[in-house]
Design a protein. Structure first.
Length: 307
């Protein structure tokens, strides 16, 4: 009996070793080639795709408008050795051709480029905004679509799971009874983008268990362009999203009407750094961190020396 118990694992190991030894050379070479296969060479025009690829560990062979990406999107950082192919609206086609990409990613905003780019490499058009249903589920869906093209499906599931856990921790740390958030971005001293349905910001705060205070109709990009007078009567804490147009901060500090709007809201306003408003999971996560930090610190505009 003891001999039988001992021999079974031994025979099992022997079987595995024999299988490996006698694997046909053709199959061995095939497995080896799969393991050493180069990842697809992807050119990314839209920053939403670029930030997602980088978050998945799939560095594009080229991107558009690196300096502006660094100003607006910021993170994940584009490695310094990744070529910049120029403007998103007018990329350098000759340079893209030289890079011999396997795939070019486009968004509907730049769809006019597809006829020319498709002569260089297959083009995949992946849209997020303008779909009318941007929420966290859609952000995950886009992440998986991009991951499939980049052959990073496992990394996509890992990113989604890690982000979900990260934001659950942030949500648990928020002050109890946090009010709805009236998220705005100044276009000039008297007009703002008020973000609501179909916006990255709403998807982000909803994931934290918070609500957007702006309930009016929004455009395909998730905001309404309105005068600041239309913020009166909206119940929620005002969140001003940077950047501020030149001269606007100075004007608002002296603007009694703005001070009245803030007072009528019932809460002190808070201000958060710029986040790419048309991004995907990476940008939504950055925004969630900024909101959590501002709410937990009770940081008002006056305290940060802005308004």
């Amino acid at each position: 009996m003891m001999l039988t118990t001992f021999r079974k694992p031994y025979l099992h190991r022997l079987f595995i070793i024999s299988a490996l030894i006698f694997t046909p050379p053709a199959l061995t070479n095939e497995l080896s080639s799969v393991e050493s296969e180069e990842p697809p060479r992807i050119v990314s025009i839209d920053w939403t795709h670029t930030e997602t690829l980088l978050a998945l560990g799939a560095t594009p062979v080229a991107v558009a408008q690196t300096s502006d990406y660094n100003a607006w999107v910021k993170s994940p950082e584009i490695p310094s050795n990744v070529p910049d192919i120029g403007l998103r609206t007018q990329p350098n086609f000759e340079r893209i051709h030289e890079l011999k990409p396997d795939r070019i990613l486009l968004s509907p905003m730049f769809a006019a480029l597809e006829p020319q780019l498709s002569k260089i490499a297959p083009v995949t058009n992946i849209g997020l905004y303008r779909s009318g249903d941007v929420d966290w589920t859609m952000l995950e869906k886009i992440t998986r679509e991009i991951a499939q093209i980049a052959e990073k499906e496992y990394q996509a599931e890992q990113l989604i799971a890690e982000t979900d856990a990260e934001l659950r921790v942030l949500a648990a740390s928020l002050p109890k009874g946090a009010p709805p958030l009236l998220m705005v971005q100044f276009m000039d001293s008297n007009h703002v983008r008020a973000f609501g349905q179909n916006s990255l910001y709403k998807a982000s705060v909803n994931k934290l268990g918070l609500e957007s205070a702006w309930k009016k109709e929004t455009n395909a990009w998730g905001y309404s362009l309105v005068g600041i007078d239309q913020l009166i009567g909206v119940e929620g804490q005002i969140v001003v999203i940077e950047p501020m147009p030149v001269g606007t901060e100075k004007h608002l500090k002296k603007n009694e009407f703005w001070k009245y709007i803030v007072k009528k809201s019932g809460y002190q306003s808070i201000q958060v750094p710029a986040v790419w408003s048309f991004g995907a999971i990476p940008s939504a996560t950055r925004f969630a961190h900024f909101i959590s930090s501002a709410l937990n610190q009770g940081k008002t505009m006056e305290q940060v020396g802005t308004l």
